[in-house]
Structures are given as structure tokens and as C-alpha cells.
Write a protein that binds this ligand. Structure first.
Ligand code: ZN
Length: 214
């Protein structure tokens, strides 16, 4: 029922000349009864999916999102999480979707923005396995030489591609060897700085792990 209603709203908001024959190329969306917004892409790719409450939380209007600093201003104490969608309209000109909410907010999302944040199962699986947490590889002693990866210290420090390969080897195989590093105690610090900011712990930024002499 909801899907049909929003499709009708969408068509009503388009000039007559655009109903046909370009309809299949336009951005359109429907709402399922589980409050999931399903976006049909103009190029015919896999439909994009978003929980409606997530879209409301990420409303891009000037009251919810500060465009200059690209930061969210929404405050959950002020947001009505029960707010429902009043209508969804696709725009042919800027390839964007505009959602009118029952609490009078109006959110406009471009297709590129939606594609980057797609909640569809295939995209979530790709994100988890390729970006967030690569699937680790189990290996046995007999396979050690096959899974061993070796990197040059200089390459890790100077080439982003090699840095990524090294980090992937740590995430997937759990180890690797870095060769030809300088012979001094700053190497670990240099590598850590190469990855990102160092997280301070109760032991400080850096701590020694060494065996006590008995
Ligand atoms: Zn808003």
C-alpha cells in the first residue's frame, strides 16, 4: 500500500512530459511496511535500502546539518524518532531524493550520497568484508611460507599502496615481516605514526615490554 502511494506521489510531482519515455531512468523510491526506504537507481543497478529512522537521523536540512563544517547538528532530545515519512519525491535535475517528514523537516539526499551509505545486504557485506573488518585467514605451520608476506620499511613509509597491503596482511593473515628498517628505537613509533594517531593508554603513549633479568 505504501509503495503504491509513494509511486503515485512521485509521478504527480513530475511534469507530464517526463512520465514517458524516460521514466525508467529516473530516481524513484518506495517505502515498505517495515519502514525501509527502497531507492530504485536510474541506471537500473541494485535497489538501495535505508531504514527510515536512519534517514531522519541524517536529515540534511539546515536545522539538522551544518553544511560549512559538514557536521550533523541533530539532537536526539529534540528529534522525534517516531516521525514518519509524509512523501518522497525524486528529482530528475539533480538526481536527488527529497523526503517530507511529518515533523515538517525536509531532507534532500543526492544519489551519490545514498550510494555511499547503502544498507542493502550485499553492500553491507561488501563494506564489512572489504573495508571495516576483512575476513581473516586461518593457516597452519605447513602453510607458513605461502602466507608469509614481506615488506620493505622504506616502501611502507613512502607508498600508500604498500601501506595498505601491509595493513591488510596484518588484518587477514595476522602477521608480516618488515625488512631493512633503521637500527634504532624509533621504528615502532614511525610505523604507528604512519598509520594514524596513537591512542594513549594508562601506560602512556609508548610502553616497554621486556623480560626481567632474574
Ligand atoms: Zn532536518
Amino acid at each position: 500500500m505504501f509503495a503504491r502511494q509513494f509511486k503515485i506521489n512521485f509521478l504527480r510531482n513530475l511534469p507530464i512530459s517526463r512520465y514517458y519515455p524516460t521514466y525508467k531512468r529516473l530516481l524513484s523510491a518506495s517505502l515498505t511496511e517495515g519502514n525501509v526506504v527502497v531507492v530504485q537507481q536510474p541506471n537500473g543497478g541494485e535497489p538501495l535500502q535505508f531504514p527510515s529512522v536512519w534517514l531522519r537521523d541524517n536529515c540534511q536540512c539546515s536545522e539538522c546539518f551544518h553544511d560549512n563544517t559538514k557536521s550533523r547538528q541533530a539532537n536526539w532530545k529534540r528529534v522525534n524518532v517516531e516521525s514518519r515519512i509524509r512523501s518522497i519525491n525524486g528529482s530528475h535535475e539533480n538526481n536527488a531524493l527529497t523526503i517530507d517528514w511529518q515533523d515538517d523537516h525536509k531532507s534532500t539526499f543526492t544519489l551519490a550520497w545514498l550510494q555511499d551509505r547503502d544498507f542493502a545486504p550485499t553492500n553491507r557485506k561488501r563494506y564489512i568484508e572489504e573495508v571495516y573488518k576483512p575476513t581473516y585467514q586461518l593457516w597452519a605451520k605447513s602453510e607458513f611460507q605461502n602466507v608469509l608476506r614481506t615488506f620493505e620499511f622504506k616502501d611502507v613509509m613512502t607508498q600508500d599502496k604498500v601501506l595498505l597491503e601491509w595493513l591488510e596482511s596484518l588484518a587477514i593473515q595476522g602477521f608480516s615481516i618488515i625488512k631493512n628498517s633503521p637500527h634504532n628505537i624509533t621504528v615502532v613509533r614511525q610505523l604507528a605514526d604512519r598509520i594514524g594517531y596513537i591512542k594513549r593508554t594508562t601506560y602512556g603513549i609508548r610502553s616497554k615490554v621486556q623480560r626481567q633479568r632474574t
